[in-house]
Design a binder for this molecule. Sequence first.
Ligand SMILES: Cc1ncc(COP(=O)(O)O)c(C=O)c1O
Length: 453
Amino acid sequence: MGLDAPLIRIEPPGPRAREIIERDHRLLMQSFVRWYPLVIKRGEGFIVEDVDGNRYIDLNSGIAVLNIGHNHPRVLDAIREMLGKITHYSLTDFYYEEAVRLAEELTRIAPMSGGKRVFYGNSGAEAIEGCIKIARGHFKNQRPYIIAFYGAFHGRTMGANTLTASKPVHHRWFSPMLPCVLHAPYPYPYRCPFNTDDPRECGEQALAFIEDYILGKYVYGDEVAAIFIEPILGEGGYVVPPDNFIPGLRKLCNEYSILLVDDEVQAGMGRTGKWWAIQHWGVEPDLLACAKAIASGLPLSAIIGREEIMDLPRGSHATTFGGNPIACRVAVEVIRVIEEEKLLENAERVGGYVIKRFRELQDHLEIIGDVRGKGLMIGVELVRNRETKEPAKKELASILNEAFKRGLLVIGAGLSTLRIAPPLNITLEAMEKAIDILEDILRKYDKEVRGLR
Ligand SMILES: Cc1ncc(COP(=O)(O)O)c(C=O)c1O
C-alpha cells in the first residue's frame, strides 16, 4: 500500500462505511469521542484502508499504539508462532516463559537503575490502578494521599479517572471519586497557569505550588504516597513541560520520600525518540506505567517498578488476563523491531522535520499558536488569535474532517491541538505529503480566523 496511487477513491464515508456506522450506532453505547466517520478495514505500515477502499496516511497510530506500524511482519510471525501453542493460561496461578522473557526485556530498557520488577495488566487504566495500589500498599496505608496534575489523563476506570483532570465530562455523574487525591497545576509553557511567559519560572511556580499549597496547607509530605505525572501530557494537549520541572519534581519526591509514578502509557515505547519520555530529563521514576504501544495493538500493559517498592503481598493484586502469552511474545518482538530498525532514531529525524515545517508555517499562519513535542509526539496548537490565544476549537474539528476527506488521519488533543503521532517508521516522504495536505487546509482556516477580526 504505497503512496503512488490517489488516496481517496470515493468520498468518505462511502456506502459500506455508512452501513457499518448505522449498525454501530444502533448497538454500541455511544460514549466514545470519534472525530470523523472512519471505518477501518486493514492497515500496513503507516497506511490504513477503509471499508470502501480509500487509503489514508496514519498520523494516529490507533492512538499511539502502532509504533512499529500496522501489521508488522514480525508481529504476525510472533502471533502465528504462539497460536499453535497456547492462547491463555493465567499468571495469577501459574507460570509461563513468555511473561518472564518480556520482563527481562522491560527491565533491561527501563529508565531505573538497580533491581526492578514487572506486573502485567490489560490496559493503561489498569496499569494506573495497579500503581495506585502498589504505592499505597508499599506504605501499608500510612500514606493515603496521591497528587496528580490538572491537564493529565490517566484513564477512565474509577481510580485512574480520579487522577485524570483534563475534561469535566470525565467526572460528571461518576462521583464520588477516590478519596485523598489532590491536583496541582501542570506547567504548560504556552498557557502557564501562573501567568508567566518564562518556561523556567512556570516550572518553578508549579513546583512551589505543590510545596507551598498542597504540602504547606493541606497535607504533610509524609501522608503522600505518590505523585503521578505524564512527562509529556497526552490527551491534555501534547504539552512538553519546562526543562526544570521533572528534575525538580524528582527532588521534591526525594525530600519527602514520595514515590514518583511515571505514566508512559502514551509517551513511552519510543514515541518521543527515547524509550521513555522521562529520559529526556535524565530522571528515574520509582514506578512506570506502560501500555498502548507495548504489544502493537494486542491488549497488554505493564508496570515496571523498583524492586523494593513492588512488594504487594501474595493474593493482593492479580488479574486473569494480565500478561497474555501471545501479547507478551509480541511485545518482545516490538522491542526488537524498535531496536533493530532504529526507530528511536527515525522518530527523532522525522520528528525534527515535522517541528521545522510547522515552525516555518507558524511564521506565516496566525492560526498556529504553538508547535512543540519530542520525537514523533508533536502538538500543533491552533488559536483564533495569537494575542488572546483563544483556542480554535471549532476550526480544529473542521480541519480534522477535511484532512480525513483528503486521505490523512489526524486527531486533536487538549482544547485545540493537532495531535501528530504516526508510526515511528513513517518515512520523510510520507510525512512531507501529510504536512502538505495539512498546510493547504491550515491556510484556508488561517484566512477564516483572520476574517473574524
Ligand atoms: C497517558 C495515559 N495514561 C493512561 C491512559 C489509559 O489507557 P487505556 O485507554 O489503555 O486504559 C491513556 C489513554 O489514552 C493515556 O494516554
